[in-house]
Design a protein around this ligand. Structure first.
Ligand SMILES: C[S@@+](CC[C@H](N)C(=O)[O-])C[C@H]1O[C@@H](n2cnc3c(N)ncnc32)[C@H](O)[C@@H]1O
Length: 439
């Protein structure tokens, strides 16, 4: 276990120094090339778990330390061990002993015996004083909700009736949701296919099937053949909301998927409707992921590397539909990206709104009269969502926001939303949707 603790502590330490977990974890794993698959899997679980509950764990640790530790590596190791003691099934004394062993493996400058004694004392004190310590931080919201205080304040102000549930949903383990291509297989047949492979799952609505236990994608029937994709239930609404009139589509409708990578929504739209798809992203490496996703699904699009805030890549031909899944704080998908809570600063909200405010009018000029643009974020902050749309509407008299309605053919079961803002629940992430029509 101590190797998994060491890897997780290294990853957590990197994140707390400002690095993304998707980069930090592979870097931490690379330091331990001999770690077994089990140790690697456990390290991943510990890294995600520690960061998911960092607010709570850190509140305990701060009280247990007489003064802040100068060695961040020991601090991170203690965070991981306290996470295990609070939220993991592992035996408490094994966790402590392994953490003491892990700290003894750290390279200098820390004197080994001092560090071992400290880790042992802190963790044993934690076990003895857990209840008394938690009583002391009852009023500490960062500890209670494991989100930064500015984030909690913002949600409380913007969602007076929902903020607590939203914070709690943000700390849940994300479900692994599949999108079944029902053009290729019925939901019933696919559920039977899963059952035959002893994979427990629930059909939650529309094309969405949730696996009881996440699986490596290669093990999920139909993934390599392009029958299913992995996509959050909330994200599965986008293709329906684009109002593609799936039964009676005019041929050659032109659709721009701006900000398309890794192509989850691109693939879904193409599965449902025969459109001329231009898929744009400014990140060439991420566009390659779109291509491999489309290859897997046996679908085709014109992939373009370019900036959605500029028209340099555009040939001047108008689009009938535009999907603008703009860059955002990603505050609606924190259960999947646990590091975001601790990496984002309040000022980032403004930076993203500035980017979005450049992208939206630029794409608008590319939309045909009568055409529709679906503005999407995976954020729950109003400034990036309805606030952004309201500003756009004030400056663009030819734009009308259509009332948010889930089309009849669109999944409805279990979707929790307020005027296009999906309220994160265990069933779906916190996307925002606004459909704009050009007059
Ligand atoms: C929220 S993700 C899109 C997710 C995607 N629509 C899907 O469903 O899989 C946002 C994407 O926007 C891209 N992006 C960020 N700024 C951009 C810009 N100025 N122009 C084009 N793409 C941009 C990022 O590279 C990223 O792939």
């Amino acid at each position: 276990m101590y190797i998994s603790q060491q890897i997780a502590a290294n990853a957590v330490n990197q994140v707390l120094s400002g690095r993304n977990l998707t980069l930090a974890l592979p870097a931490a794993l690379a330091i331990f090339p001999n770690a077994t698959p089990q140790q690697r899997g456990a390290a991943q679980d510990l890294s995600y778990g520690t960061l998911r509950f960092f607010g709570e764990i850190d509140a305990y640790l701060v009280q247990l330390l007489e003064k802040p530790l100068t060695d961040n590596r020991i601090n991170a190791l203690l965070l991981v061990a306290i996470y295990q003691l609070l939220h993991d099934k592992a035996d408490a004394f094994t966790v402590v002993n392994q953490a003491v062993h892990a700290v003894s493996e750290l390279k200098k400058p820390v004197p080994k015996s001092w560090a071992k004694g400290l880790v042992n004392a802190i963790l044993r004190n934690f076990l003895r004083q857990k209840e008394a310590l938690s009583a002391k931080f009852k009023a500490n919201e960062v500890a209670t909700y494991s989100h930064p205080q500015w984030w909690i304040n913002k949600l409380r102000m913007q969602y007076p009736n929902h903020w607590q549930g939203m914070l709690e949903a943000g700390n849940e383990h994300p479900s692994m949701t599949l999108r079944v291509n029902t053009q290729k297989i019925s939901i019933n047949d696919y559920m039977q296919l899963l059952a035959r492979q002893d994979i427990e799952a629930t059909h939650i609505g529309g094309q969405a099937v949730v696996l009881t236990k996440p699986q490596p994608v290669e093990k999920i029937p139909g993934f390599t053949d392009g029958i299913i994709s992995v996509q959050d239930y909330g994200a599965q609404l986008a293709a329906y909301l684009l109002d593609l009139n799936l039964q009676a589509m005019p041929p050659n409708i032109r659709l721009l998927d701006a900000c398309c990578a890794p192509g989850g929504k691109t693939g879904h739209i193409l599965e449902l409707a025969d459109v001329q798809m231009t898929a744009l992203d400014n990140d060439e490496a991420r566009l390659q992921r779109v291509q491999s996703n489309l290859d897997r699904l046996q679908l085709k699009a014109n992939l373009v590397t370019g900036d959605a805030a500029s028209a340099t890549w555009w040939d001047g031909k108008l689009f009938d539909r535009i999907l603008a899944d703009v860059p955002c704080t990603a505050s609606g998908i924190v259960r999947r990206h646990v590091d975001i809570k601790w990496l984002r600063r309040e000022a980032d909200v403004t930076s993203f709104t500035v980017q979005q405010a450049k992208i939206l009018p630029n794409l608008w000029q590319m939309l045909a009269k009568g055409g529709k643009l679906l503005y999407v974020t995976c954020s729950v902050f109003n400034e990036e969502n309805q606030g952004q749309v309201d500003k756009f509407l004030q400056n663009n008299a030819d734009a009308t926001q259509l009332p948010f309605e889930l089309p009849a053919n669109c999944p409805q079961d279990g979707i929790k939303q307020l005027n296009g803002q999906l309220i994160p629940t265990s069933a779906h992430d916190g996307f925002f949707y606004a459909l704009l029509q050009k007059n």
